[in-house]
Write a protein that binds this ligand. Structure first.
Ligand SMILES: [Fe+2]
Ligand SMILES: [Fe+2]
Length: 401
C-alpha cells in the first residue's frame, strides 16, 4: 500500500484504505478500483492524499532500498535504549518494512511476467505474420507455382515420370539449373544426365523435387548468400559421405536434404531482410549461434520457417525432418537416420570451416545421432578425410566472389 497525492490517482488503482467525505460518508471502500468518475470526484473532495494498493506510484522521490529503510529505522530507534515496548515496536516496524518490500518485489515480478507474456504474444503475432509471408512467398515468384504443380501432379495415380519431367522441363531456366546441380561432380553420377525425366528415374521424385527447390533459390544464394550456399553444398557432400558409409537407402534424397537443410535462412533473408540483418549483426561480433540469435530476436528460427515451407510444399519426411530437426535430431520420428546424418554433416562442415551458416560457433554434436548411425570416433576421422577430398568437387558450383 502506498500513500499518494489525490492528483496522482488514476483509473485502475485499487483503494487501500477507505476514503470518506467530509460528512463521514464512505465514498470508496477498501478494495474499490478507481474509475474515471471516481477520480473526478476525488478532485472535488477536501482531501490531499489517499492510500492505494499495488506497486509504488512514481512520485518523483527516489525510493529507498530495504537496507536503507532498515538502517534509518535503526538510527531512529537508537536513542530508545532497552525500553522493552519500544524494542517490540521497532520489531513490528521492521517486519512491516520487510513485508512492504516483499510485496513490492512480488508486484514487480508480476508486472515483469505480464510484460513477458505480452512480449510472447507479440512474438507469436510476429511469427504468425511471418508465416503468412512464407506461405505467399511473394519474393520467390517461380517457386510456389512449379512446386505446388509438382505436388498435385504426383498425387494423381496415373501420372507418369515422363509427364512430371516435361512439366519441370517447361521451365527451361529452372530445369537447366536442376540439371547443372545433378551433373556437377559432387553428385557423383558418372554419365551426363540430359533430361529431367532421366534425373527422375535415377534420383527418384522426392530428390528431384528438393533439387527444384534448391535451383529456385540458387540465384539468391549464389549472389547474396554465398557463404551459406558453400555451407549448404558442404553439408550436402558430407551428408552423402556419411549416408553411403552407414549404408543408408535413398542417399540422393539425403544429399538433397543437406542442400536444403538451411533453406529457412534463405526465406528469412528474402521475406524479412531487415530481420535477417539484425540476426546476422547479432552473431557477427560474438560466439552466439545463428539459431540462438534468431530465437533471441525473432522468437522463432530457420527450422520453423523450413517447417512451414515443408508443410506448404508437402515435402517427404526424408527432406522434411532434416530441414526441421537438424539442430534437434533426437526429435525426429520419421526420417531418424537422415536427420542424424544432416545434423552430423552440419557440424563437421562447420568444424572444417567450409562456407558459413551465418555464425562462428559449432553446435554440440548430439551423441544419440552418432549412436543412431552406429558410428565410432575412428569413423568420424575417416569421414573428415573423405570430406576433404570430396569438398573440392563442390567448388565448381560456387561462383567466384
Ligand atoms: Fe541450421
Ligand atoms: Fe547449417
Amino acid at each position: 500500500m502506498q500513500r499518494i497525492k489525490v492528483e496522482q490517482a488514476e483509473p485502475g488503482m485499487v483503494i487501500g484504505h477507505p476514503i470518506e467525505t467530509s460528512s463521514g460518508q464512505i465514498l470508496c471502500a477498501k478494495g474499490t478500483e478507481l474509475t474515471e468518475g471516481l477520480v473526478d470526484r476525488l478532485d472535488n473532495l477536501d482531501i490531499s492524499h489517499i492510500f492505494v494498493d499495488g506497486h509504488p506510484v512514481d512520485d518523483g522521490k527516489p525510493r529507498k532500498t530495504l537496507k536503507e529503510e532498515l538502517s534509518v529505522l535503526e538510527r531512529r530507534f537508537a536513542a530508545v535504549g532497552d525500553n522493552k515496548l519500544m524494542s517490540a515496536l521497532k520489531m513490528v516496524v521492521q517486519k512491516h518494512i520487510r513485508n512492504k518490500h516483499q510485496r513490492e518485489l512480488e508486484e514487480k515480478s508480476k508486472e515483469a511476467a505480464g510484460l513477458e507474456e505480452s512480449d510472447a504474444e507479440t512474438e507469436a503475432t510476429d511469427a504468425q505474420q511471418f508465416k503468412l509471408k512464407v506461405e505467399k512467398l511473394e519474393n520467390l515468384p517461380t517457386l510456389p507455382g512449379v512446386v505446388s504443380k509438382l505436388s498435385t501432379m504426383v498425387e494423381s495415380p496415373n501420372v507418369s515420370t515422363a509427364q512430371v519431367g516435361e512439366m519441370i522441363q517447361a521451365d527451361q531456366v529452372l530445369s537447366a539449373k536442376v540439371l547443372r546441380l545433378i551433373n556437377s561432380a559432387f553428385f557423383g553420377f558418372p554419365g551426363k544426365i540430359a533430361t529431367v525425366t532421366h534425373a527422375l528415374v535415377l534420383l527418384g521424385f522426392d530428390a528431384v523435387k528438393g533439387l527444384v527447390l534448391t535451383a529456385s533459390v540458387f540465384d539468391i544464394m549464389a549472389t547474396e548468400m554465398l557463404q551459406l550456399w558453400q555451407h549448404s553444398l558442404g553439408v550436402s557432400v558430407a551428408s552423402g559421405i556419411i549416408a553411403r558409409r552407414t549404408g543408408l537407402r535413398d542417399v540422393e534424397e539425403i544429399i538433397v536434404a543437406g542442400l536444403l537443410h538451411d533453406i529457412g535462412k534463405v526465406v528469412l533473408n528474402v521475406e524479412g531482410p531487415e530481420l535477417f540483418e539484425q540476426v546476422s549483426q547479432k552473431t557477427a561480433g560474438s560466439d552466439l549461434l545463428f539459431i540462438d540469435a534468431e530465437q533471441e530476436i525473432l522468437g522463432f528460427d530457420h527450422t520453423l520457417v523450413g517447417d512451414w515451407l515443408c508443410d506448404k510444399w508437402n515435402l517427404p519426411a526424408n527432406l522434411r525432418d532434416p530441414i526441421t530437426l537438424h539442430h534437434t535430431p533426437t526429435r525426429a520420428r520419421n526420417a531418424v537416420q537422415a536427420t542424424a546424418v544432416v545434423h552430423m554433416a552440419d557440424i563437421l562442415v562447420r568444424a572444417v570451416e567450409f562456407g558459413s551458416g551465418g555464425d562462428k560457433g559449432i553446435p554440440t554434436l548430439d551423441r544419440n545421432a552418432v549412436v543412431a548411425l552406429n558410428l565410432s570416433l575412428s569413423d568420424l576421422e575417416e569421414i573428415l578425410d573423405e570430406m576433404e577430398f570430396e569438398l573440392i568437387k563442390a567448388e565448381d558450383l560456387i561462383p567466384e566472389e
